[in-house]
Design a protein around this ligand. Structure first.
Ligand code: PMP
Length: 394
């Protein structure tokens, strides 16, 4: 059979991370490759209790179809939390529950992107956002980005010279893949520029609650007077990714469009998952739980930075993230991180080469490591081996 696929399929290729993760199923591999939270921190006993209570108290209702918008008590909780933490003024009607923030990315493409539209993004940016948007036939313009966020003059230049920009996609807190966080002035500048050019911003914030130091910075929502910011959130990193529950929050008019496209995608989110999370939030203290996660990740971040400082050869630079799950490494420009990966897999150590985080290619001398998922002794052993491999190249 000659399969006659849609044109959009030709834009897609297998995610490099998924290919590498196949290798990492081998238990001998020390993997800095995935973006996995630490499973030993999942509140397993509490979840057993919660799922029993939901089925006993709510019975068949917990197994029935429900609204596309999502379970009201959970949307109320999300609106209240965003209002308290981020200074927004959301009502439950500003929130649509999605299957992870990944689905919100896909729905964003479905709502906003026509073939040939342009998406502005950080350089580098989140790999699976590139795939989600690309399926709608868009092009990407990477806005040169430094430690503080997108560079204002570059943002202006690109916005002024590109007529069909439809979306600006950013991850202002502990970015995937770099771990960088935008400063306050850069946040404000971006929103002003978007309002001036009447372009929608997608603010993706899966890591904001996982801050290890300093004060939290406001969401882009804080500077938005025109409803041009949509914020994506998720329970994946503060609770468990397996539930696949996230959300999109913004102007009600826009959220209604997301509701329409979600109906065509999957009607609604998993009823039981929504109710179990809501019950957990009612019965337990999620702030205490998040504090536990923060403590462990902070220790692992400290260890990771210390090991890189002590053992990585001169000429290799890296970010020092103040939260989240990732650090970003830059090698001298003549070294290809894919070659380093091949050698490092021989030592049973995996990471993700950085090239594919740039939608238009390039910067092969970079790679990402995840520090949240492994115990201290494995981090130590893995980074020592990786340092040895790097010394063969640098
Ligand atoms: N956005 C970013 C920046 C991410 O890093 C991730 C997870 N790796 C997601 C979205 C998707 O997360 P989820 O669908 O589990 O909420």
């Amino acid at each position: 059979m000659e399969y006659n696929y849609a044109k959009r399929i030709s834009h897609l290729k297998a995610s490099e991370i998924r290919e590498i993760l196949k290798v990492t199923e081998n238990p001998e591999i020390i993997s800095f490759a995935g973006g996995l939270p630490a499973p030993e921190l999942f509140p397993l006993d509490e979840i057993k209790e919660v799922s029993r209570i939901v089925l006993e108290e709510e019975g068949t209702e917990a197994l029935q179809y429900t609204t596309t918008e999502g379970y009201l008590p959970l949307r109320k909780w999300i609106a209240a939390r965003m209002n308290n933490r981020l200074g927004t003024k959301f009502e439950p009607d500003n929130i649509l529950l999605t299957h992870g923030s990944q689905q919100a990315l896909d729905l964003s493409g479905k709502v906003f992107l026509d073939e040939g539209d342009v998406v502005l993004c950080e350089s580098p940016t989140y790999l699976a956002a590139i795939s989600a948007f690309k399926a709608y036939g868009c092009e990407f313009k990477e806005v040169p980005t430094d430690e503080d966020g997108m560079i204002p003059a570059e943002l202006d230049r690109i916005l002024d010279s590109t007529p069909n920009v439809k979306l600006i996609y950013v991850i202002p807190d502990f970015q995937n893949p770099t771990g960088r966080t935008w400063t306050l002035p850069r946040r404000e500048y971006l929103v002003k520029a978007a309002m001036k050019h009447q372009v929608m911003i997608i603010e993706d914030n899966p890591y904001g609650e996982l801050r290890f130091e300093d004060e939290p910075l406001p969401s882009l929502q804080a500077f938005d007077h025109e409803g041009c910011v949509l914020s994506l959130g998720t329970f994946s990193k503060i609770f468990c990714p397996g539930y696949r529950i996230g959300w999109v929050a913004g102007d009600q008019k826009v959220v209604e469009k997301y509701v329409l496209v979600k109906q065509g995608t999957d009607l609604q989110c998993n009823t039981l998952a929504q109710r179990e999370i809501a019950k957990y939030l009612e019965l337990y203290n999620i702030d205490e739980h998040i504090e536990k996660i923060r403590k462990v990740y902070k220790r692992r971040r400290n260890l990771t930075i210390k090991l890189m400082e002590d053992h990585f050869p001169e000429g290799v630079t890296f970010t020092r993230p103040k939260g989240g799950l990732f650090a970003w490494i830059e090698l001298p420009t003549d070294i290809n991180a894919r070659d380093v990966l091949i050698k490092s897999l021989e030592q049973n150590v995996a990471f993700v080469p950085g090239g594919s985080f740039f939608p238009n290619g390039g910067r092969e001398n970079t790679f990402r490591i995840n520090f949240s998922n492994m115990p201290d002794d494995k981090i130590e052993e893995g980074l020592q081996s990786l340092a040895g491999v790097l010394r063969e190249f640098v």
